[in-house]
Design a protein around this ligand. Sequence first.
Ligand code: GAP
Length: 455
Amino acid sequence: MQKLVAYCKNRGFVFPGSEIYGGLANTWDYGPLGVELKNNIKKAWWDYFVTRDKNSYGVDCAILMNPRVWEASGHVSSFSDPKMDCRNCKTRHRADNLISEYNNKHGIVMSVDTMTKEEMANYIKEKQIKCPNCGKCDFTEIKNFNLMFQTKRGVTEDASDTIYLRPETCQGEYINFINVQRTMRAKIPFGIGQIGKSFRNEITPGNFVFRTIEFEQMEYQLFCKPGEDEKFFNLYKQKVMDFYKSLGLPAEKLKFKDHEKLAFYAKAATDIIFNFPFGWEELNGIHNRTNYDLTRHQEFSGKNLMYLDPITNEKFIPYIIEFSVGADRLFLTLIANAYTEEKLDDGETRVVLKILPKLAPIKVAVLPLQKNLSEKADEIFKTLQQNFNCDYDESGSIGKRYRRQDEIGTPCCVTIDFDTLEDNCVTVRDRDTMKQERVNVEELINYLKRKIYNK
Ligand code: GAP
């Protein structure tokens, strides 16, 4: 992980948040390459689940919502984690996370989800699980800690002015269910997708952008008829897994993990877990939330959230199948999977980011072999720029320039040499195979589109 964090910082993917002020723990800023990669990930998700599905609609809801939303959802009363403090160094920790990390390290397979506070405290004592900060095992009793960030609205500091930064995006999809259904004349089953920021006052954030206090979620809610929920739950489990494989994540690093302890309203819950450098952890959650959410919002808002089936005239509150992933967590997953150190025949090591070409932050690098070829190179660069995110680099040896592009995952390098002026052909070098091909400039855009987007 240290290597990945340093790589991301040095190559302009992710910088520590507020760095020149000494930072703010567990906040991160995406740099020029990071923002491109993250945007490409979000676009891939949106295209796959929203754009290419005729029964899907997108929304972009407000982060700040009426606080009653969070009463109805249950977050005000019970969105909490089991926290405890280290008596020695005064740092705060999540008991369940300390246990999971200990178990991961020692190859112990057991469910932490189902443990009570007492069981967790006893386990920590019995195994002498240490504070990650000071190494002592001397913790206070475990207490529940609400994860929602609060703020005040308006000029007075009245309790009634308390509002929350949303801890998940999906509530915006629930409270707009009728708006979307009516305006789009949507018929069940249909889905609503959203990508947006969420905030959680996590007790023990960490592992880089895996768990942070501010993050982006990509959440999708499928609204279906009661009785069809199990069918859609299984269908979407597979569809979501296929999505991750389509991004180049290998099957052997992905697994389903059913929840052993279900939320009282949930009928089924499965995580897709990934083998991160720090062990198997949740990448994506999939839940059958029954009709709980819409029932609660109907009750708390007093508005009718029933669906009228136009064929059978039946009225019912739809069931919801939800799948949800953090854009930042998927970013980390893809970078961790793609980062490769390759031994070459000459004994050198090259770092290559073997990311799916369509996700790469820069698609094409234009490299004139010598500075006096700049005019032709610039002309080609300007044409390519209309179609791809391109880089232009004329400094250093061609070998060094290739390595720089390999490191940041650029799938194609286009080299302009003296022959280009004669035959109007360039050399295209492939990032993964390092093979080179001569391509006519007239054909170049189509050639690159095929290589990068398979089109
Ligand atoms: N609406 C359901 C929901 O929010 P969740 O399991 O709490 O469920 C869904 O979160 C996904 O959001 C997780 O699988 C993870 O990918 C991402 N996520 C949750 N908390 C996060 C955090 N603190 N930092 C980064 N990503 C997070």
